[in-house]
Design a protein around this ligand. Sequence first.
Ligand SMILES: [Zn+2]
Length: 81
Amino acid sequence: MEKICAAQGCNKRISKRMLMCLEHWRMVPFSMQARIQRKQSDWKQHRRVEAGGQRASKEWVKAKNEAIAHVRQLQIIRNEI
Ligand SMILES: [Zn+2]
């Protein structure tokens, strides 16, 4: 089960359980990483309960997008994109 890294311009193949390749994931601050990991497990836990699942999933998407935006800022500073 593989997918592509969520960071912009990165085509690295990663495990489906991961959000980004290791290189980009390391650019995400620890507090943000923890939030995403927590949200991801929340989401799995709540998925069976439809309403809760949708809310948890929305929060996870938000946390995920924040991490991607953070990495993007660093990529711009480093002239990677
Ligand atoms: Zn990457």
